[in-house]
Design a protein around this ligand. Structure first.
Ligand SMILES: NC(=O)c1ccc[n+]([C@@H]2O[C@H](COP(=O)([O-])OP(=O)(O)OC[C@H]3O[C@@H](n4cnc5c(N)ncnc54)[C@H](OP(=O)(O)O)[C@@H]3O)[C@@H](O)[C@H]2O)c1
Length: 288
């Protein structure tokens, strides 16, 4: 069984796999009962970290959909205070498109709305969704640092960043986590040193899109090598992909998405998959 992950510079222990809540709120989303069942299944399976964002919604008339859903789900749990919620600001959804706005004014406005939508006085983890090429990163992080000083957020995380971005952000504030796209087929964060930098600096590396991503997971899981290993370990191709991330580094924290209870029920079982060194090597070399 894979051990819990310690979150960043804290002593908080996380179940090794988080829930990516995005598929519960995008176009084609499940109805509310199914969405709440997914979150229930995750928490009942010992999960204690949920990743959301203000922009997990269908367009800019619907901003906050995912956060409100997560907040409603939490009302059902006696242990809600032990479930850690991470949200994000810095994007917008005009007509359903994804655009960046990490200006201090927009970050502040977004954070205030997230506080309402999450129904809380203080957001546990607030992540800059992406650096904005039009705004100096130090200005974006500077505003998050002010929100932290005001107690509106407790910890600051980054997303979609390079080592250079992380170093610059650290010159302004403590950073607890970095969330980049990372899976067997997308290894940029291994190749450009981001994962190693996180390991060396007590930063949790949150792997988003860990099973191939919202639009590609079905194609990625339909892979002969993954299917053979899944058969060998009596598990699913999805669990093999998540177990690979868990074995790669103790700093890596995968957050598979799910819109079906069967998906998250399966994904969290990846903590029980002990991949051999030889099979890690095969995955390393033979999956392109
Ligand atoms: N920071 C960023 O810029 C960023 C970008 C993208 C995503 N994210 C975060 O990362 C999370 C995960 O990424 P993602 O949702 O895009 O992609 P993903 O986790 O790679 O794939 C999610 C999809 O894979 C399917 N799936 C997952 N585990 C499965 C299993 N064990 N068995 C069968 N199907 C399974 C689910 O299908 P069903 O829907 O059928 O259940 C789900 O919708 C998101 O939810 C979001 O929180 C962040």
């Amino acid at each position: 069984m894979t051990k819990n992950r310690t979150l960043g510079y804290t002593s908080i222990e996380l179940f090794p796999i988080g829930l990516g809540a995005m598929p519960l709120s995008l176009e084609g989303r499940p109805n509310e009962k199914q969405a709440l069942d997914v979150i229930n299944t995750f928490v009942n399976g010992n999960g204690n970290f949920i990743d959301t964002a203000n922009v997990y919604c269908v367009d800019d008339t619907d901003v906050g959909h995912n956060e409100r859903l997560v907040a409603r789900a939490l009302t059902h749990f006696d242990n809600a205070s032990n479930i850690f919620i991470a949200t994000k600001g810095g994007l917008t959804r005009p007509k359903g498109n994804w655009t960046v706005d990490a200006s201090p004014a927009w970050l502040r406005q977004s954070c205030e709305k997230s506080l309402q939508d999450l129904n809380t006085d203080s957001i546990f983890l607030y992540q800059l969704h992406a650096p904005d090429p039009e705004v100096p990163l130090t200005d974006s992080i500077g505003e998050l640092a002010k929100l932290k000083d005001e107690g509106k957020i407790q910890h600051i995380g980054l997303s979609n960043v390079s080592v250079e971005n992380i170093e610059l952000a650290l010159s302004i504030s403590q950073i607890i986590s970095v969330q980049n796209r990372c899976n067997l087929f997308e290894r940029t964060s291994f190749n450009n040193g981001v994962v190693e930098y996180c390991e060396n600096n007590d930063i949790t590396f949150i792997a988003h899109s860990p099973v191939g991503g919202h639009y590609q997971h079905a194609q990625r899981s339909d892979n002969d090598l993954l299917k053979n290993l899944a058969e060998k370990y009596n598990t699913s191709a999805y669990q093999i992909m998540i177990a690979w991330l868990l074995h790669k580094s103790k700093s890596i924290f995968p957050i598979p998405g799910a819109s079906k209870t069967s998906s998250i029920k399966d994904s969290i079982q990846a903590v029980n998959v002990e991949l051999s060194k030889d099979d890690m090597q095969i995955l390393e070399e033979d999956i392109k």
